[in-house]
Each structure stands twice: as structure tokens, then as C-alpha cells.
Write a protein that binds this ligand. Structure first.
Ligand code: FAD
Length: 510
């Protein structure tokens, strides 16, 4: 071993995190909490001058696990971040203009005679005996009615099972995470990194040089510097796998606005001529954006479309953000792990970026036992990370591939494109007899795939033969009972804003 080089088997003693956006503070809080009591110092460098991306406000249910792990009480979280509840996403104008469907964080119906609900429904639907699939989902009924109640964690009733996530103000969330990280001993350093030096003996990152003159040495570096990938790309030249041939949307205009009316408990994604608009309701405002393909639409057109459709007046300036769908060839390269936008980006159609940060951090914890890095663990972490990104990518591509719009070249091109083999395989299995193939490391489970297939009216040719063993009349009656029970339960839940105010925002006895 060269003099001064670190023994590869010795434990990591210093972790430097670069970036204080959502990714940086999520990593700092989680690592500090996990490695409490170890001989480890964690520092986070961020630059107010550079700032953060300032978007990223809709989440998926796994955020609840992170909050629980960090000991954040839901009540404190909701008050601190201006959060609202999210039961899923409404997709408007995706299949055809004027039609919408809902992707709930929940399954549909309940099994009948030991057979999953979907094939039973499919048979009856084909026979004209069933209502649309969405009517068998309590989460969808709640969302449509603008209502919310928390699911009973002890319920045995499959119809009453659903998950939820949140919409929140990302900068306030980062501030909350920062307090937790600092309470566990993380040291924050304000300053701009102007140089990253590599170790000439092995190519690892050796030091970070700040504009102030301060130099930081460390054993592990976490790159949370955003799209620029200051360490993973600019210093280590890891390489980027570009997926724009499948996901050509590459620009966003974003603006906050006043909210007119009560906050609905869901995100809305509305398809436009060459992309889609989001509306994310927080307690105190809406987050809005228009994500589009710059090859098919100008920024001016996208901006006009966005402003025209705001519900209340715009708050502040519009921001233009450019990106390329894809991922770093390795998210863990040498002594550097990239998280958040530094590691890759898939457009926010299903609000997946924050959950990918979370699973990225989990990989560091899992594959760095006792803080000792091993190449075989790093390779496995990279393999799993890639797989996870690819699964999310496939799920997002599905939304475009199944579109039924004929109004613009963009939508026709998206429908005609060849999709990745992994996605084609899934679509083929489903078309045949409704089989939902699920692979290792799926962020989206079967129910989510079903919601999208059905929303786009992409239905199997055949239903499972097993279904014919059930008595038709009994199935029809059971399904009708389910639908009725769901509609009734939904109308008994309070309006979302009432629930928020009464359960979370009013002072309560400790
Ligand atoms: P950033 O927020 O960009 O933070 C980078 C940090 O690095 C900053 O603190 C900066 O100061 C620091 N930094 C950079 N260079 C230096 C330097 N030289 N010296 C010191 N510090 C430096 N995700 C979701 O989950 N849900 C959504 O709804 C969603 N919507 C999105 C919409 C759009 C249009 C985009 C582009 C992204 C969206 N995302 C969403 C993704 C989400 O915004 C990010 O995953 C999340 O904010 C994490 O960003 P980050 O921390 O990686 O980067």
C-alpha cells in the first residue's frame, strides 16, 4: 500500500456530504441517526449562493417510513412543512382529451373465492355486469370527493386498505431534516466548493477545496450537488446513461400560485400538447409546473399554457429547469456515492425522485456494514440501484406508450416508439391474460401497474380461466356490495381540509 493511502479495510471515519437540498439533508439525517455512537464525523457543505432546485413537493407513501425512522411525528411534520395528504395522482387528458383516471396508492376490490379481484372484475366487465374498475377503490372515491381519513392500520377489511403520501414544501422539509441531522452531530459548512482533488495514487476523491480556503478531507463523499454532479461526474467522470429516446421531455417551467379553494388530497397531472402540467396542493399555496419536450414546444408556449391554467395568481417568478432523463452509470463510484439529482433523473410524473433518494441512502446503510467499504458490496449496490431506476423508467414510459391522443406529433411519436424489452415483456404478459409480472426491486407494485393499464383502457384479451369456477350471480352481488360499501364509506369521511385542520393544525393537549 502506498504511503498515506487509506487501508481499504479500515472503517470510514469522516463522511463529507456535498449539497444541502432534499437529498443532502435526507442523507445527513439518516446516516447520522443510523451511525449514532460510531466513531464517525459527518459534515455537510452547501452554498446559499448556488441554492437548491426548489421543486420536488409530491411524494409516494415510503416517505412515511423515513419520517418514522427519524422520529418525526406526523403532526409536527404537517405543521412544519405546510403538508397536505396525497391519496394518489389524477391523470387528466392522457388517454384522450377530456378523460381522466386516478392512480391510487391502493389495490382495487377484494379477492373473491380466493381469486384476486381483477380477473373476476374483468370477466364481469366484458359481460357488461361491472362498473368501471375505479369504483372499487376507496382511495379513489375519497379523492374524487375531496375527502380524507387515515386508514385504520388494524383493519382486516381489504376494501379499507390504502396508503397515502404527502405534498410538502421541500425547503421547509430540508430545514426540518437539518435540525434532526444537527441534533445528531452533523456539522454544516456554508461555502462554495471550487475544486475537488483526486488522489493520484488510486483516483479516489481526496479533498474538497472551498472558496473560503478551507480544505476538507474525508473517507466517503456523498454527492448531493444536484444536476451538476460536482463529484460523481465533474471530478470522477462516471458517465451518464441517457434515456431521452424514451423520455424526450427535457424542460420544466415551474411557478407557485395562490390556491383557490380547499386543497384536494391528490396531485394532478394534465397532459398538454407536448408534455404535462402538474398541480401540487399545499396548505398555503399550490406548486405548479409544465414539463415538456423542447423539440416539440418552446419555453414561451409552455409558460403561456402554465400561466393560463393556474387556479390562483402566480406567486413569484417562473423558473425554467432543463434536464436529461437518465442515470449515472454507477451511483457508487470509488469513494463517492451520488444521491438525488446528482445520481439521475426521471421526470416527476409519479413523484419518484425523493423515494429514490431514500432507497439510495438505504443502500449505503445496507452495503456499508460497520462502515467498511468492500468492492463486492459496492457492485451489488450499483446493480440494485440500476434495476430500481430501470423499473421506475419503464413505469413512466408506460404512461406515454399507452396514450390514445392523436392531436399532436409528440403523442403519436410516443405511442409508436419501441419500449425497453423489460417493459414490453410486462405489457405482453398482461395483454395475454392479465398477468402482472413483478420483478425484484419494484418501486411500483402490481396495483399501480393495474391502475395505469386500466386508466388507459389497456385490457387483457382473456381473463384467468380459474374465474369460471365462481358462480356468476354471487360474484356480481359481491361486487355490487363492495361498490356500495366503498361509496358509503367515502361519503362518511370528512373533507380533506377539515380533517387536516381538526386532526393536525389545531392546538391539542400534549
Ligand atoms: P438540489 O436541490 O439541486 O441541491 C443541490 C445542493 O448542492 C444545493 O444545496 C447547492 O447549494 C449544493 N451545491 C451545488 N454545487 C455546490 C458547490 N460547488 N459548493 C457547495 N454546494 C454546492 N421529486 C419528487 O420526489 N417529487 C416531485 O414532485 C418532484 N418534482 C420535480 C419537478 C422537477 C421539474 C424537477 C427538475 C425535479 C423534481 N423532483 C421531484 C426531484 C426533486 O426536486 C429532487 O430529487 C430533490 O429536490 C433533490 O434535489 P437535490 O438535493 O439532489 O439537488
Amino acid at each position: 500500500m502506498q504511503q498515506g493511502a487509506k487501508d481499504p479495510k479500515s472503517p470510514i471515519k469522516v463522511i463529507n456530504i456535498v449539497g444541502g437540498g432534499t437529498a443532502g439533508w435526507m442523507a445527513a439525517a439518516t446516516l447520522a441517526r443510523h451511525f449514532r455512537g460510531h466513531d464517525l464525523s459527518i459534515r455537510l457543505v452547501e452554498s446559499e449562493q448556488i441554492g437548491t432546485i426548489g421543486v420536488g413537493e409530491a411524494t409516494v407513501p415510503s416517505i412515511l417510513n423515513l419520517n418514522r425512522y427519524l422520529g418525526i411525528r406526523e403532526r409536527d411534520f404537517i405543521a412544519a412543512t405546510g403538508a397536505t395528504f396525497k391519496l394518489g395522482i389524477e391523470f387528466s387528458d392522457w388517454y384522450t382529451a377530456g378523460e381522466s383516471f386516478f392512480h391510487p396508492f391502493a389495490d382495487f376490490g377484494a379477492p373473491l373465492g380466493g381469486i384476486p379481484f381483477y380477473p373476476c372484475w374483468l370477466k364481469q366487465y366484458k359481460l357488461g355486469n361491472a362498473a368501471p374498475l375505479s369504483e372499487y377503490s376507496l382511495a379513489t372515491a375519497l379523492a374524487k370527493g375531496g375527502r380524507f381519513a387515515q386508514p385504520d392500520p388494524d383493519t382486516q377489511n381489504p376494501l379499507a386498505l390504502y396508503n397515502y403520501a404527502y405534498h410538502f414544501d421541500a425547503s421547509r422539509y430540508a430545514a426540518l431534516l437539518r435540525r434532526i441531522a444537527e441534533s445528531h452531530g452533523v456539522r454544516r459548512i456554508e461555502g462554495k466548493i471550487v475544486e475537488v482533488r483526486l488522489d493520484s495514487s488510486n483516483g479516489d476523491i481526496r479533498s474538497l477545496h472551498l472558496q473560503s480556503g478551507e480544505i476538507l478531507h474525508g473517507d466517503l463523499y456523498i454527492d448531493c450537488s444536484g444536476f451538476r454532479g460536482l463529484l460523481i461526474e465533474q471530478a470522477l467522470a462516471t458517465g451518464y446513461e441517457d434515456w431521452r429516446h424514451w423520455l424526450p421531455v427535457d424542460t420544466a417551467v415551474a411557478v407557485q400560485s395562490e390556491r383557490a379553494g380547499p386543497a384536494p388530497p391528490y396531485t394532478r397531472a394534465t397532459a398538454t400538447a407536448a408534455g404535462w402540467r402538474w398541480r401540487i396542493p399545499l396548505q398555503h399555496r399550490n406548486g405548479n409546473g409544465h414539463v415538456f419536450s423542447s423539440a416539440h414546444m418552446t419555453t414561451e408556449q409552455a409558460s403561456t399554457e402554465l400561466l393560463k391554467n393556474l387556479e390562483g395568481s402566480a406567486l413569484g417568478e417562473q423558473r425554467v429547469i432543463r434536464f436529461a432523463a437518465g442515470m449515472r452509470k454507477k451511483f457508487w463510484n470509488r469513494n463517492c456515492v451520488a444521491l438525488g439529482l446528482a445520481s439521475g433523473f426521471i421526470e416527476p410524473l409519479e413523484s419518484t425522485s425523493i423515494s429514490l433518494i431514500q432507497t439510495g441512502v438505504e443502500k449505503i446503510l445496507k452495503f456499508l456494514p460497520d462502515l467498511i467499504p468492500e468492492q463486492k458490496n459496492i457492485d451489488e449496490a450499483n446493480r440494485l440501484n440500476r434495476q430500481e431506476y430501470e423499473r421506475v423508467r419503464d413505469f413512466i414510459i408506460l404512461h406515454y406508450k399507452l396514450n390514445g391522443r392523436d392531436d399532436t406529433q409528440f403523442w403519436r411519436d410516443m405511442r409508436d416508439m419501441a419500449v425497453p424489452d423489460t417493459l414490453q415483456q410486462k405489457m405482453d404478459a398482461f395483454t395475454e391474460d392479465g398477468r402482472l409480472l413483478s420483478f425484484e426491486q419494484e418501486s411500483f407494485q402490481e396495483a399501480s401497474w393495474l391502475a395505469i393499464y386500466d386508466g388507459f383502457q389497456f385490457r387483457p384479451r382473456n381473463y384467468l380461466a380459474e374465474v369460471d369456477k365462481l358462480d356468476n350471480k354471487q360474484v356480481i352481488r359481491a361486487m355490487e356490495n363492495m361498490r356500495h360499501a366503498i361509496a358509503t364509506a367515502a361519503t362518511h369521511a370528512p373533507p380533506h381540509h377539515t380533517f387536516l385542520r381538526q386532526a393536525f393544525l389545531q392546538p391539542q393537549e400534549a
